[in-house]
Design a protein around this ligand. Structure first.
Ligand SMILES: Cc1cc2nc3c(=O)[nH]c(=O)nc-3n(C[C@H](O)[C@H](O)[C@H](O)COP(=O)(O)OP(=O)(O)OC[C@H]3O[C@@H](n4cnc5c(N)ncnc54)[C@H](O)[C@@H]3O)c2cc1C
Length: 341
């Protein structure tokens, strides 16, 4: 049922070489109860992956790696304004975004071209260009990784926050997401709050077509971000830190050009890319790993280094930013395996 000693390099966009002790691809969620029972019987720890675009493999993965690759979607409800579609977790995210627009279901256009799978989209509440997926999720379906029982979570129970959800905390490693239900709009509800989008799409256009937004987002992303197929990377490596207004004012008295965006009455968000760039890291190379030459937030692996080499670079950057600005950077990708013996 499981393959042994499988190379995970094709399964992570950082192209890190590591091996799974055991590996199984799930193409139909009905496989899961038997897979979980067999894993339990053999006392194998489980690690779930989708497209591997938000993980750092810091070594071989003991136990069973479960690669979610089930496909398909169906309309499960509709009213005059919205349509609810349940999409299999293994669908490629951007394939689904493209298909949703072709079907005239709107809302996902700003999230075009994000790598990965539908099943991972709630895990870090993917976001881009002013939209977070938690706003459009109706519910998340999965299977309890221990009991094998089906679980359904309403969006309100997913604790969606900036690049965060219950699937990174209370339910981390405890649920295998098999499908996600989205509530999308029948009529375009365009979101142009993001300044870079406003620049390329004139807000004076009364009706901005979501297909044009998708095209603009794809063009912006292709211009800004390295393609993992060419330069291995995991997108943004750090979250944008949220600091107190008081700390921001103190920092801005020393660094007047430091950007800070309001979060609420007491906190602001500072772009991690600005901090890393100002600390002099943009374009720096450390052996096989590097900081991208035009996107300081993106760590790359052009020389096919190890996860530990990449994490050492990330730690050096985070320590340096802490020394310079007193701000702690938090990593965005998930480190696998969680603990090494
Ligand atoms: C070039 C590039 C650009 C990116 N841009 C963005 C961006 O703009 N915005 C953004 O939010 N992210 C971005 N990302 C990060 C990444 O694409 C997303 O986090 C994506 O949702 C990860 O999907 P995945 O299938 O590759 O997940 P993986 O990397 O395989 O897994 C990520 C985490 O989710 C868990 N997981 C995956 N599938 C399941 C499942 N079915 N059930 C339970 N847990 C699961 C894994 O255990 C792991 O903890 C970018 C990445 C790259 C490489």
């Amino acid at each position: 049922m499981f393959s042994r000693n499988v190379d995970l390099q094709p399964h992570n966009t950082l192209a890190i070489t590591a091996r799974a002790e055991w590996f199984v691809a799930i193409t139909d969620e009905r496989q899961l109860p038997d897979v979980l029972a067999a894993a339990r019987q053999q006392q194998l720890a489980l690690t779930v992956i989708g497209g591997g675009s938000n993980i750092v493999l810091r070594g071989d993965v003991p136990g069973l790696v479960v690669h979610i690759a089930n496909k398909g979607f169906s309309v499960v409800g509709e009213d005059e304004q919205t349509v609810c579609v349940t999409v299999a977790a293994g669908e490629v995210w951007d394939d689904w975004v493209r298909q949703s627009l072709q079907l005239g279901y709107y809302g996902l256009e700003n999230l075009s071209l994000i790598p990965g799978t539908v099943g991972a989209s709630p895990v870090q509440n993917i976001g881009a260009y002013g939209v977070e997926i938690g706003e459009l999720i109706e519910q998340v379906q999965g299977i309890d990784a221990v009991s094998g029982e089906p679980i359904t979570l309403a969006a309100a129970d997913c604790a969606f926050a900036y690049r965060d959800s219950v699937f990174k905390h209370g339910l981390a490693g405890k649920i295998i997401i098999t499908a996600v239900t989205f509530r999308l709009f029948r009529k375009p509800r365009t979101n142009l709050v993001y300044p870079a989008l406003q620049e390329v799409l004139s807000p004076t256009d009364v009706e901005i077509d979501p297909h044009r937004i998708r095209e603009a987002v794809c063009n912006l992303r292709r211009a800004k971000l390295p393609d993992p197929a060419v330069i291995p990377n995991a997108g943004s490596f750090f979250k944008n830190p949220v600091i107190s207004l008081v700390q921001a004012e103190q920092l801005q008295s020393r660094h007047p050009d430091m950007p800070a965006y309001p979060v609420d009455a007491t906190c602001v968000k500072v772009p991690a890319a600005w901090l890393i760039d100002q600390a002099g890291w943009k374009g720096r190379v450390k052996g096989p790993v590097a900081v991208h030459h035009s996107q300081a937030l993106v760590l790359t692996n052009p020389g096919r280094g190890s996860g530990n080499e990449l994490l050492a670079l990330a730690q050096e950057i985070a320590d340096n930013v802490k020394d310079c600005y007193g701000i702690c950077l938090e990593m965005e990708p998930v480190i696998i395996p969680f603990q090494l013996d």
